[in-house]
Design a protein around this ligand. Structure first.
Ligand code: NAD
Length: 250
């Protein structure tokens, strides 16, 4: 089930957190992996070693997803490696949770450029390589905050709402050749929220707001991404799949 043998999958933001867990998961499923990072080559080298032990190959690329030229360059390197991309997972992302009065002149646009335009430009640059695959699939990464409001972090929430609609629009435009789906994780324990989790009241409030009673882990998200990349999801496109412990149910 959910076998990815012989595939080549590019994962942005692969040095840590959800991207890293996805890289290991797809390698376990038999795929070769292109690991993208912005400035964490050492962690990607270590991850490449772990992937080699699973019997898969990894290639490392780097660049800023808020910079379309960088994206063009690292996607070319990724695609030229095996001459195609069978999958793309856009896990690179930036969280800012500031209340509105504290959002400075460039704070809003940097989140939109990274999370929303970065996702779109990465898909766009990958198209020539995805088109060379037999059954290509893209998985974008939204958030439970893409459809359910929280106090603070307006730019992040607007960007993730944009990722969800961009996912549906791309799914329609690229059908029937390329499937495009999103995962929308709930509260996942990663570096992104390490500072927030240091406050025990916040950590407990999140667990209490989650019907399944705990924070999520990157490994809760990775198998769902693997499913969306696999042939078992061959008739699934334009879906935003919550992986959130039931947060929206409340
Ligand atoms: P993380 O901070 O550990 O990982 C994010 C990665 O994106 C990092 O490796 C970071 O270097 C990279 N990145 C950020 N800006 C970049 C840029 N401009 N160029 C290139 N790389 C950049 O956090 P994570 O939780 O693993 O986040 C992965 C994705 O999941 C993000 O899109 C995030 O919004 C989303 N998400 C996370 C949560 C959560 O609770 N952790 C919930 C919902 C969605």
């Amino acid at each position: 089930m959910f076998d990815l043998s012989g595939r080549v999958i590019l994962i942005t933001g692969a040095s840590r957190g959800i991207g890293r867990a996805v890289a290991l998961e797809v390698a376990r499923a038999g795929s070769d992996v292109v690991l993208h990072h912005r400035a964490n080559a050492a962690r990607c080298e270590q991850l490449r070693g772990e992937i080699a032990k699973l019997g898969a190959e990894a290639r490392i690329v780097s660049g800023d997803v808020a910079n379309p030229e960088d994206i063009g360059r690292f996607v070319r390197t990724a695609g030229d490696w095996k001459g195609r991309l069978d999958g793309l997972v856009t896990a690179a992302g930036l969280f800012r949770g500031d209340a509105t009065p504290a959002v400075g002149p460039s704070d809003f646009s940097v989140v939109l450029r990274t999370d929303l335009e970065g996702t779109f430009r990465t898909v766009q640059a990958s198209l020539p390589y995805l088109r060379k695959s037999v059954r290509p699939a893209v998985v974008t990464v939204s958030s439970v905050l893409g459809a359910h409001a929280a106090s603070g972090g307006v730019a992040y929430q607007a960007a993730k709402a944009g990722v969800e609609q961009a996912t549906r629009a791309l799914a329609l435009e690229l059908a029937p050749r390329i499937r495009v789906n999103a995962v929308a994780p709930g509260y996942i324990r990663t570096d992104m929220n390490r500072e927030g989790r240091a406050d025990p009241r916040f950590a407990a409030a999140v667990a209490n707001a989650t019907p399944l009673g705990r924070w999520g882990e990157p490994d809760d998200v990775a198998p769902v991404v693997r499913y969306l990349l696999s042939l078992e999801a061959d008739w699934v496109t334009g879906l935003v799949l919550g992986v959130d412990g039931g947060v929206p149910l409340r």
